[in-house]
Design a protein around this ligand. Structure first.
Ligand SMILES: *Cc1c(COP(=O)(O)O)cnc(C)c1O
Length: 559
């Protein structure tokens, strides 16, 4: 009842569309039964069969606003559930705001370009005019321009902070003074999608004292959960009630709710904080490396997990990246962003691959079609998929079910400088034998396939030292098979990998790659010795598969 009172006393609520204010909003029969002890639901025409998948009760509709998830988000943001609307991504929150407040063909919104595209997209979909108040020369808010752009039909002013794509945070005083100036007239919609990466703090604590402030948050960019589609709008109670009226029915699928709950634990938040710090550190190390390139003119300071780069020729920059299999975002279409590229900060390997592409390391190779091989191999003992790309350093994803073996295959790819993806579902309940051997066969076949006619390759590779362990690897991609493997491992297992499977691995690999391979290793620690074999093999692969022209490295005319 208290909210009823607020509703009539807060003028911003009366700026909602009259038909939305008048409507009751959808309520399911179940949501009306609060308090009653109900357990048999024959109200919603659901299917009584056992659901085919999932631990969640997929046969039933989820709640409109799942209670446990709402509580978890409120704990995270330190707000009350009366301030929260959980949505299908922040994008749906934008849609709901538009639906609740903007009368089609009459009202307008104000955006501050260059900025996120969805505000305008959503306005178009709702027949709402978009007015522009461009950011100032430092990409800060231009309050005078905003005042000029607004009129009595302006219902929302969208502010993105940190702004996508410029990466900067908007001044808190500017935002709060806009809230004040438009208190009775327009919502100030503050999109804090990237605030987790910023030094500045969120304005969420201002919600209760600022009736026309709406803040958008999402798990997409900060919680490694863009695929989840889970976001939130945070606002005073009256505005929250309006948003919930116009939500889609059951906007969050049950598996999404379960996954979001699993993500939003305090343990994960501690882990995320550490990862975020590492990402920021990586961003700050990457910036000077990128800035040193001749094609880069300027890199804007960033408070986000991306950077905006002014380059000499954005189309060329984009094409160079694309040729190496790397997609960046050309932002040149936006006002005052001529020749600007937005680059997300990825993993260390991804950023190194980008630097290599921009340094021209792989450009010559990339003009030839990439050398790829893919093998799918299924027997009664194992089901395996192996993909190799000798001209690209990523992705590297290995999952054989044997932890130490994954680590070793990872070493081959990382030291070999090529992309490798291995998925194996093997009979590990028996032992590791079939999995190790069959993966080696499939890997050998995929490499052989990727090598193709071998034109231009180095063919040979050699490798020697490694700490107290001495490994000697020599490789010839000769088209003939020979393995010489000398090792006396001082342990039967390393992790979950039996050491007698190591020569077996190299035997199967060399056989199916059709290569001559000599490995000898001495040392005192089986872990080091095994690792040295795999690393060493990776290094010799890096040399041997490297293309240095178009000649066939054989006097016989065939390899
Ligand atoms: C990516 C992005 C969104 C969309 O978030 P979802 O929760 O994935 O819908 C919203 N705002 C900005 C500024 C973004 O960059």
């Amino acid at each position: 009842m208290e909210t009823q009172k607020n509703q009539s006393t807060t003028p911003i609520v009366n700026r909602a569309r009259p038909e939305i204010l008048a409507m009751k909003g959808y309520s399911s029969a179940r949501s009306l039964q609060t308090g009653a002890d109900t357990s048999i639901f024959l109200d919603a025409n659901e299917c009584p069969f056992e659901p085919f998948v999932g631990a969640h009760n997929l046969a039933r509709y989820p709640s409109q606003q799942p209670v446990r998830l709402a509580v978890a988000i409120c704990d995270w943001l330190d707000i009350s559930t009366r301030n929260l609307t959980v949505t299908r991504g922040a994008d749906e929150a934008i849609e709901c705001l538009m639906r609740a407040f903007c009368v089609p063909n009459i009202d307008n919104i104000v955006i501050c370009p260059p900025t996120f595209a969805m505000y305008r997209q959503s306005a178009i979909l709702h027949a709402v005019e978009t007015r522009e108040a461009p950011l100032n020369d430092n990409f800060g808010l231009d309050i005078v321009a905003i005042d000029k752009a607004t009129d009595e039909n302006t219902k929302m002013i969208f502010i993105c902070s940190p702004n996508n794509p410029t990466g900067n945070v908007m001044a808190r005083d500017d935002i709060m003074s806009l809230c004040d100036a438009y208190a009775d007239q327009a919502l100030i919609v503050l999109d804090e999608t990237y605030i987790q990466y910023a030094e500045a703090s969120s304005l969420v604590p201002m919600i209760e004292s600022t009736p026309n402030l709406v803040i958008l948050r999402t798990l997409s960019k900060s919680h490694a959960a863009a695929g989840l589609r889970c976001g939130a709008a945070i606002a005073r109670g009256e505005v929250t009630q309006l948003l919930q009226k116009v939500l889609a029915p059951y906007p969050l699928a049950s598996p999404v709710v379960d996954a979001a709950l699993a993500i939003l634990t305090s343990k994960n938040h501690r882990a995320l904080a550490a990862k975020r710090d590492a990402l920021i550190e990586r961003r700050d190390r990457f910036i000077p490396r990128l800035a040193a390139l001749p094609m880069v003119d300027e890199i804007l300071p960033s408070d986000a997990n991306f950077i905006l780069v002014r380059v000499q020729d954005a189309d060329k920059f984009y094409a160079t990246c694309l040729q190496a299999g790397i997609v960046v975002r050309n932002q040149s279409h936006q006002p005052r962003l001529a020749n600007s590229i937005r680059i997300s900060i990825g993993t260390e390997d991804e950023m190194n691959a980008l630097m290599a592409a921009l340094n021209g390391d792989s450009i010559e190779i990339a003009t030839d079609p990439a050398r790829t091989g893919k093998v799918i191999r299924t027997t009664s003992e194992t089901a395996i998929s192996v993909s190799v790309n000798l001209d690209r350093a990523f992705p590297v994803n290995i999952n054989t079910g044997i932890g130490f073996y994954d680590h070793m295959l990872d070493q081959i790819a990382k030291h070999g400088g090529f992309s490798l993806e291995v998925e194996c579902d093997g009979d590990l309940h028996i032992d590791a034998h079939h999995t190790v051997e069959d993966c080696a066969i499939a890997l050998g076949q995929a490499i052989r396939m990727a090598l193709g006619d071998k034109r231009g390759i180095n063919r040979y590779g050699f490798m020697l030292p490694m700490d107290e362990t001495l490994v000697n690897v020599a490789l010839d991609l000769s088209g003939r098979f020979y393995l010489d493997f000398k090792a006396d491992f001082p342990a039967t297992h390393v992790g979950d990998l039996p050491t007698d499977m190591v020569p077996h691995f190299f035997y199967s690999l060399a056989e199916h790659m059709q290569a001559n391979l000599h490995i000898s290793v001495t040392g005192e620690n089986a872990h080091h010795m095994v690792e040295a074999c795999f690393k060493g093999f990776g290094r010799t692969m890096r040399q041997a598969v490297r293309r240095e022209g178009s000649e066939l490295p054989s006097t016989k005319g065939v390899l």
